[in-house]
Design a protein around this ligand. Structure first.
Ligand code: HEM
Length: 145
């Protein structure tokens, strides 16, 4: 259980770094009309791998962690409600945005449109992740004690 939490905690940094990288890459690509090439495709793929790994780890934690309490009483407690509903739902939205960004950008006809799609969807996902981690009360940086 603690190994899983440690992995989930570390993978957060991989997701954040890859996400920031793709956002900067797509912003530069959009502003300088750069082609969407192999480098962009590879960094997007890494982002997807880290994000989906994080999602799977989170899913296992959701059903095994002692702080996720499946009870109506959890809704009245701020911390219990956060881990039961807010963390998972906000992160799920972010995962969906990151996934849909890549899937739909590939089908767009111009490279500028691809960069724009990736920039908008991934920026919203980043904001949601930052908000969710800030709401956790565990501090933005660090590892589990
Ligand atoms: C991009 C996606 C995600 C990110 C960036 C993320 C990030 C985090 C962070 C930073 C923590 C605190 C770790 C620590 O204390 O050091 C955490 C804990 C947790 N996450 Fe996520 N998470 C994500 C997705 C999910 C999803 C989708 C679920 C559930 C379906 C989930 C379930 C949990 C649970 C249950 C814990 C608390 C475990 C415990 O302390 O016992 N996470 N997550």
């Amino acid at each position: 259980m603690s190994t899983l939490l440690l992995l989930h905690s570390i993978t957060r940094y991989l997701v954040l770094i890859a996400l920031l990288g793709v956002i900067i890459q797509s912003l530069v690509g959009m502003m300088q009309s750069k082609p969407y090439g192999n480098l962009e495709n590879k960094s997007g793929l890494y982002l997807l791998i880290f994000t989906h790994t994080q999602f799977l780890l989170g899913l296992i934690l959701f059903f095994t962690s002692p702080i996720v309490i499946f009870s109506a009483a959890s809704m009245k407690d701020k911390v219990a409600r956060y881990w039961l509903t807010e963390h998972s739902s906000m992160m799920l939205i972010a995962v969906v945005l990151i996934t849909v960004a890549r899937m739909t950008a590939k089908k767009l006809s111009t490279d500028t449109a691809k960069h724009k799609r990736l920039f908008i969807f991934n920026s919203i996902a980043l904001l949601i992740i930052i908000m969710a981690i800030s709401m956790s009360g565990r501090g933005f940086f660090g590892l589990p004690a």
